[in-house]
Design a protein around this ligand. Structure first.
Ligand SMILES: Cc1cc2nc3c(=O)[nH]c(=O)nc-3n(C[C@H](O)[C@H](O)[C@H](O)COP(=O)(O)OP(=O)(O)OC[C@H]3O[C@@H](n4cnc5c(N)ncnc54)[C@H](O)[C@@H]3O)c2cc1C
Length: 321
C-alpha cells in the first residue's frame, strides 16, 4: 500500500471486549465461563464500534487498477459456483445466508427493529425450524463483516429505545460466550486441538470410520441426530441446540474422537469460527471447560425441543405426520 501512497491501519475488533481491557493476562483466563463472565461484567466496558472509514481519494491510475481487479475477481469461477449454489439452496433451509456486510446489516435491522425478535430471544433460542428463533448473525460475525461491538451497541440502543428484558441481556450473554472462546483459543493455542483437551483428560477416542461417516451423512438411525446432520450437509447451518446434541452423541454416546467431529463442522459450517467451534466441541466432549461434564440424552432432548417431530420430519428422519 505504501507504494501507492496509502497508509494501512489495522484495528482488531474481533471480540466485544478488547483484549487490552481484560483485567487479567490472557494466560490467566478463568477455566470456567461463569468466572470469566462475572469478572468481565464487573470490570469491563464494551468499547464503541469504530466507524466505517471514509473512502480515501485515490489517483485515477489506482482506481482503474482496483476496478479491473474487482471485475476479474467477480468473474472467478469459484464465485460463480457459489452464486449457483445460493440459487439452488435446499428448499427446506430455514434461512438463506448471503455474504457481505450489507446483508449482515439488513439481518440486524430485521432481528432488532422490524420484528422485535430480540425481545423474545430467551424463549425462542432453542428453536430448530424457521428463520427467527435466533439472530442468525454468526456467519457475518465469524468472517468479520459485522463486529460484535456493533451488535452490542445495537442491543444497548434497542434497550434504550424499546425494551430491556431478560432476552436482550441473553443476547449479550451469548456474545460473551463468543468472546470467551476467542480468548480461550488464544490462551490454549495447540491444546485447543489435542484429543485430551485443556483438561488433559483421556477421552473416548475411537477412530471408527464407518460410524463417523454414518454420523456425517445423517444415517445413524437416531432421528434427531440424522435430521441435524442432514441439515448441516444441505445448508451449512445448524441451530445451537442441535449442535450440542450431535456433538454429545458422537463424542460421548458413540465414543468417537471428538476432533473428527470438530473437523467435520469446520469443513461444513457457514459460520465456522476457530475458538467457538473447537471450544464448544471440547466443552461437549468433556475435555474442555464444562464444570458439569454433561452427556445429552438425545431422545429426551428431541421430545422436549421437537415435541411434534416437525424438525425430524422436515429432514426425512421421521415420517411426516
Ligand atoms: C459443537 C458446537 C460447535 C459450534 N461451532 C461454532 C462455530 O464454528 N462458529 C460459531 O459462531 N458458533 C459456533 N457454535 C456456537 C453456536 O451454536 C452458534 O454461535 C449459534 O448457533 C449461531 O447462531 P446465531 O447467530 O443465530 O446465534 P444466537 O443464538 O443468535 O447468538 C448470538 C451470537 O452469540 C454467539 N454465540 C451464541 N452461542 C454461542 C456459543 N455457544 N459459543 C460461542 N458463541 C456463541 C454467536 O456469535 C451468535 O451469533 C458452536 C456450538 C456447538 C455446540
Amino acid at each position: 500500500m505504501s507504494a501507492v501512497g496509502v497508509q494501512l491501519l489495522v484495528h482488531d475488533e474481533t471480540t466485544m471486549i478488547a483484549p487490552e481491557d481484560l483485567p487479567f493476562a490472557i494466560d490467566q483466563l478463568p477455566d470456567v465461563f461463569t468466572s470469566f463472565r462475572r469478572v468481565v461484567e464487573k470490570s469491563c466496558r464494551v468499547r464503541a464500534p469504530r466507524a466505517v472509514p471514509a473512502l480515501v481519494a485515490l489517483s485515477e491510475g489506482v482506481c482503474a487498477e482496483a476496478e479491473a481487479l474487482s471485475n476479474t475477481t467477480m468473474e472467478a469461477p469459484d464465485l460463480i459456483e457459489a452464486r449457483a449454489a445460493i440459487a439452488t439452496l435446499d428448499p427446506r433451509a430455514s434461512f438463506a445466508v448471503h455474504g457481505g456486510r450489507s446483508h449482515g446489516l439488513a439481518r440486524m435491522q430485521r432481528w432488532f427493529w422490524e420484528t422485535d425478535c430480540i425481545a423474545r430471544y430467551k424463549e425462542t433460542r432453542d428453536g430448530l425450524v424457521g428463520a427467527d428463533f435466533a439472530s442468525r448473525l454468526s456467519p457475518w460475525l465469524a468472517i468479520g463483516a459485522l463486529s460484535p461491538r456493533e451488535v452490542a451497541a445495537e442491543i444497548r440502543r434497542y434497550e434504550t429505545e424499546r425494551v430491556a428484558n431478560d432476552s436482550t441481556y441473553w443476547m449479550f450473554f451469548e456474545l460473551l460466550w463468543r468472546d470467551y472462546f476467542h480468548f480461550w483459543v488464544r490462551r490454549w493455542q495447540g491444546r485447543a486441538f489435542k484429543a485430551s483437551g485443556v483438561l488433559g483428560r483421556t477421552p473416548c477416542g475411537a477412530q471408527d470410520r464407518e460410524a463417523f461417516l454414518r454420523w456425517c451423512e445423517g444415517r445413524t438411525g437416531e432421528p434427531f441426530v440424522d435430521a441435524s446432520m442432514r441439515e448441516l450437509a444441505a445448508t451449512g447451518q445448524m441451530s445451537n441446540r442441535a449442535r450440542q446434541n450431535v456433538a454429545s452423541w458422537l463424542a460421548r454416546s458413540e465414543g468417537i474422537d471428538w476432533r473428527w467431529g470438530a473437523a467435520w463442522f469446520e469443513s461444513q459450517l457457514i459460520d465456522f469460527d476457530v475458538g467457538p467451534n473447537w471450544g464448544n466441541w471440547q466443552y461437549v466432549a468433556g475435555v474442555g471447560n464444562d464444570p458439569r461434564n454433561r452427556v445429552f440424552d438425545v431422545r429426551g432432548q428431541a421430545e422436549r425441543y421437537d415435541a411434534d417431530g416437525a424438525y425430524r420430519a422436515l429432514w426425512g428422519a421421521l415420517p411426516r405426520a
